[in-house]
Design a protein around this ligand. Structure first.
Ligand code: 5GP
Length: 114
């Protein structure tokens, strides 16, 4: 496995404020939040980027969205709304090479994004 800060969180080698866990996924608060609520949903499998997602990962990809829906309901921001996004590679603003989805909530999001 390529070691990243996220693989260390999965291994519980570094702490994180975990809000959701399944066999396939882990979700926790971002250390540098870009909104009042900023949660990351990461795969436990070490898939580096969205470009590396394969047909065999279709169920996993769906689980990431369903986890976002569940977290929004559990944390109470489903009705007010939220944004879900995945950064891919340099132009997408990706910094950690381990597939993850961002959930941003708690303020009105601008469009287009900066
Ligand atoms: P990316 O830019 O790769 O899409 O997003 C990576 C995210 O991981 C950033 O929002 C960053 O703040 C977050 N992050 C980086 N290191 C840590 C960490 O050690 N703990 C947590 N909870 N989040 C982290």
């Amino acid at each position: 496995m390529i070691e990243t800060v996220f693989s260390k969180i999965i291994a519980r080698e570094i702490p994180a404020d975990i809000v959701y866990e399944s066999d396939e996924l882990l979700a926790f608060h971002d250390i540098n939040p870009q909104a009042p609520i900023h949660i990351l949903v990461i795969t436990k499998q070490p898939i580096p980027t969205l470009n590396d997602l394969q047909d065999q990962h279709a169920q996993l990809a769906g689980q990431m969205l369903l986890a976002a829906r569940q977290i929004a309901a559990d944390l109470g921001f489903a009705a007010s709304g939220y944004r879900v996004l995945i950064n891919c590679n340099q132009d997408g603003g990706q910094d950690v090479w381990h597939l993850h989805l961002h959930i941003l909530a708690g303020r009105r999001m601008g469009w287009p994004p900066g």
